[in-house]
Every structure is written in structure tokens, then in C-alpha cells.
Design a protein around this ligand. Structure first.
Ligand code: NDP
Length: 328
């Protein structure tokens, strides 16, 4: 039986250990499709799993990695055959199911989407869960009826993965994008992605008043906590904020004032269990709308061995944009 390398996290008495191991197919979990993983990526959640900073891993040992792009090696699923190029995001991979930081993984075919036409495996992982979540946020705002002519849009965690892709998508769609970042030195980067204005995240990170001066009609928030409360308090009448993250915190110290006095809406975004039709819609829109030049600007690439240090960097908030991991 052929061996392949896997980055394995094991539980120890003091916490967890991370090491590259040689595994065989017999180590993989149940599933009707086995993939040769060519590329993965590092999302915030992968950082949490690899560093052990939050209890993301709920099965031991675990191969982290919530996103994979690769080629079908074997399949008994009717939709997939040997040689098909596919993308995997979420569904518990890297949490309860062995994930993408291995040269092979075995999953349910129902979790897979075909690699969208026009994207390479590396580009799909440059997008990854962070970028697909940015697209889900844009789709939610569109379904709410919001459009660029309604007013500006704010994007928080702007220099991070979700934020960077959201800026590129929204700017391409014609929005006036206000990028909120703690990294003022990245202003030129954010403008290269399409941001019209860059503001200091400190403006939004303190306790919010119930209502404040109206600054935008919409927002994509990957930060949560006081930042989300401030976004809501500063949203114009009838606007909406898509909430997808918790980089500042999981709390929401807000009031009902924006909802009942300005008709503001809070749109919840989940990528992990998102139903397949919406995933396919998001990936089709990403393949169509995301400018390849801007995707290249926000992407860096690492090798397998750099995963632990990159996980620590994303937790420290020093990773810019998106990171592709060359696995194969
Ligand atoms: P990144 O680490 O790439 O980006 C997060 C960004 O948030 C940072 O770059 C930083 O941006 C900002 N930030 C970090 N700490 C703080 C803080 N204390 N206060 C304010 N801003 C802060 O992560 P991702 O983009 O991959 O993920 C972002 C968030 O979205 C995470 O919480 C993640 O769990 C969540 N997420 C949720 C998904 C879902 O399904 N709902 C899917 C994917 C991600 P800057 O330096 O510009 O200020």
C-alpha cells in the first residue's frame, strides 16, 4: 500500500503535538471519494486548530485543513469519477473529519464541488473558505436588495483573508469600499485591491453607542464584538451587515436600536454547513467576478513544511490576504 505524508495533530497530556507522518489509505476515514490533494490553504480556523488556541479539533488524531483542491483518485459517488478536479470546503473537515493537510483525504462526495471552469486548483485555494465566505456575504447583501448606488460599504478585517477577497469582489462590482484595518502600512495593498478609503480599525473597536452617525449602507464583518456593534450603529436606514467572523470576539455588545429605529438587518453567514446549491452559486460567481490580477495581489504560497509557522502567524494577525499551501 502506498504511503503519503500527512500533518498530524495528536492529543498530549499538556495539549497537542504536530508532526509530519507517513500514512496509508488505511488511516483515512470513511467516505465514497478519495482525493489526491494538490493544494490547500490556511484559514483563521486552521490557525486555531494547528496552534490549539481554540477547541476546533474534535477527533484525535486529526489532520487539519478545512479546504482542499485535488483530483479524484477513486469514487463510488455517482457525480465523481477518477481524474475529476474538485474543491472541498468545510463540512467538518479538519474538525471532525480528517482534513486537507495530507497528500490524500477521503470524504463524502456530497461535500465536493467541481473545480469551477476558469480556475486552477491553486487559484481555488487562494480563494478557499475565506474567499467563498466573502462571496456568500456579497450574495446575502445582494439578496437583501442592496446595490452600489445605495451608498458605501464597509469591510472589516480588511487585510485578512475574508476582508481582502471581499474588497476585490465589491470593488469590481462598483461599490465604494471603506476598508477597516489595524495595519495602516497596508493601505496601498488595500487600495490595489480596490478600496476607495482606508480607516483605522481603532475607530470601530471600542464600545458602541446604540446609534451613531450613519456612514454606510452595508458591510462585511469578519471581526464581531464591539466592531460589529459599531458597524450596526453606523449603518444607514434600511441597510444590512453580513456577519461572518469573530477575529475581535464572539460577543456582540449591541442594542436593538439599529434594528427597530433604522430598519437595519444583520445577515448571518455560515460557510461550513452551507447547502450545496448556494456553494455552487458562490463558486460560479467567484470564477466569473473575481479579478485574477487582484487575486494574485492578495495571494502568497508556502510549502507543506511552513504550515505550523503560518498557523502561528495567522493567529498573530500578521498574515496578509490569503495563503496557498502546495501539498502535492
Ligand atoms: P484572517 O486572520 O486572515 O483575517 C482576520 C483579520 O481580522 C486580521 O487580518 C485583522 O485584519 C483583523 N483582526 C484580527 N484581530 C483583530 C482584533 N482583535 N480586532 C479587530 N480586528 C482584528 O482570518 P480569515 O479572514 O480567514 O477569517 C476572518 C474571520 O472570519 C475569522 O474569525 C474566521 O473564523 C471567520 N470565518 C468565518 C467563516 C464562516 O463560515 N462564517 C468562514 C471563514 C472565516 P486587519 O489587520 O486588517 O485589521
Amino acid at each position: 500500500m502506498s504511503m503519503f505524508k500527512a500533518l498530524v495533530v495528536r492529543k498530549t497530556e499538556t495539549g497537542q503535538s504536530v508532526a509530519v507522518e507517513q500514512w496509508t489509505d488505511a488511516d483515512l476515514m470513511e467516505g465514497d471519494v478519495t482525493l489526491r490533494v494538490s493544494h490547500s490553504t490556511v484559514n483563521y480556523k486552521d490557525g486555531l486548530a494547528l496552534t490549539g488556541k481554540a477547541p476546533v479539533i474534535r477527533r484525535w488524531p486529526m489532520v487539519p485543513g478545512i479546504d482542499a483542491a485535488g483530483i479524484v483518485e477513486t469514487s463510488s459517488h455517482p457525480d465523481f469519477r477518477f481524474g475529476d478536479a474538485v474543491v472541498l470546503n468545510g463540512w467538518g473537515t479538519g474538525e471532525t473529519h480528517l482534513g486537507a493537510y495530507a497528500q490524500k483525504t477521503r470524504v463524502k462526495g456530497d461535500w465536493l464541488v467541481p473545480l469551477p471552469a476558469g480556475l486552477t486548483a491553486a487559484e481555488a485555494m487562494a480563494i478557499g473558505t475565506a474567499g467563498y465566505t466573502a462571496m456568500l456575504s456579497v450574495l446575502a447583501l445582494e439578496r437583501h436588495g442592496l446595490k452600489p448606488s445605495d451608498g458605501p460599504i464597509v469591510v472589516t478585517g480588511a487585510a485578512g483573508g475574508v476582508g481582502s477577497v471581499a474588497i476585490a469582489l465589491l470593488a469590481a462590482a462598483g461599490w465604494h469600499v471603506i476598508a477597516s484595518t489595524g495595519r495602516g502600512a497596508e493601505a496601498d495593498y488595500l487600495k490595489a485591491l480596490g478600496a476607495a478609503e482606508v480607516i483605522d480599525r481603532a475607530e470601530l473597536s471600542g464600545p458602541a453607542r446604540p446609534l451613531a452617525k450613519e456612514r454606510w449602507i452595508a458591510g462585511v464583518d469578519s471581526v464581531g464584538s464591539h466592531t460589529l456593534a459599531n458597524l450596526l450603529a453606523m449603518t444607514r436606514y434600511g441597510g444590512a451587515i453580513a456577519a461572518c467572523g469573530l477575529a475581535q470576539g464572539m460577543d456582540l455588545p449591541s442594542s436593538v436600536a439599529p434594528f427597530i429605529l433604522r430598519g437595519v438587518s444583520l445577515l448571518g453567514i455560515d460557510s461550513v454547513m452551507c447547502p450545496k446549491p448556494r456553494r455552487l452559486e458562490a463558486w460560479a460567481r467567484l470564477a466569473r467576478d473575481l479579478d485574477k490580477g487582484r487575486l494574485a495581489v492578495l495571494t502568497s504560497t508556502i510549502g507543506f513544511e511552513a504550515l505550523p509557522e503560518t498557523a502561528a502567524a495567522i493567529m498573530a494577525g500578521t498574515v496578509r490576504g490569503r495563503v496557498v499551501v502546495a501539498i502535492g
